[in-house]
Design a protein around this ligand. Sequence first.
Ligand code: NAP
Length: 278
Amino acid sequence: MEAERLVVIGHPVAHSLSPVFQAAALQAAGIDATYEAVDVAPADLPAMIARIRAERLLGNVTVPHKEAFHSHCDIIWDVAKRVGAVNCFWCDSAGQLHGENTDVGGFDAAARRVLAHLPAHALDLLPSPTGQTVALLGAGGAAAAVCEAVSAWPGARVRIHARTAARAKKLAARYAATAEVVPSVEDAVRGATLVVNATPVGLHDDALPVVPEALENGAAVLDLVYRRQRTPWVQACRSRGLRAHDGLGMLLEQGALSFERWFGLVPDREAMWESVIG
Ligand code: NAP
């Protein structure tokens, strides 16, 4: 697949790290292409989709367009269909717009690392975690990606708590073999081996999705939120002696998996990590 221009579309999107680590991946692979962030207000999404088709752009989709983008695709790959959201797209030679979801693989890799006591940037291939009890806070698109990934782990259970109970119920019903809704955050984290924040809490403020004291002593913590100076929840959980990673590992891995879809090449993950933490 050949391409000259890649984009990430979102609103807002100026803060996105994707242009940084994708530029590193493109350079390491010797691909002559650019990757830029394009701010697209919700009302402008149809016009942007028309541009993507006309210019045969490849790229990523971020908040708030992942679900809306899904409905504009000609071909939706199976994982994106089940999750109901697209974060990676490309146009084929016949001009058809493909939508895929690599957030699922991104979460899966990040969760395996924190559960295996490895750093977020470890590149080891790890087996599926078994028998996990996952507390999932939030019930939006990112939470759906978590449910999709965890539903493939042998013997795993997910306890979802979200402030809008109807949304949590709808998500749990889609993953009924694995997921259930619980009435409080305390019910969700009691006995949980992995606690995941899939809300934006802590993104723009110092609020915590749940106090670390409520978590089990051996619990692993994965905050899907990413901030340049660690999230307040990750800091608080580490201070309490828990293993805790922020959302950078998931973000980088969804980008690496997107790169594989676009070019059929394995990107240089080390170069991608160096570009953002080096
Ligand atoms: P979303 O679809 O808008 O869902 C957000 C969820 O969080 C909903 O359940 C929402 O409840 C809840 N929520 C929002 N504000 C809250 C608050 N102040 N207190 C408690 N719950 C609140 O968003 P999303 O796409 O799932 O993304 C969620 C977060 O995950 C994002 O902010 C982003 O930081 C992170 N994320 C990270 C990655 C990564 O690669 N690291 C990828 C995707 C997402 P309501 O339904 O009541 O609004």
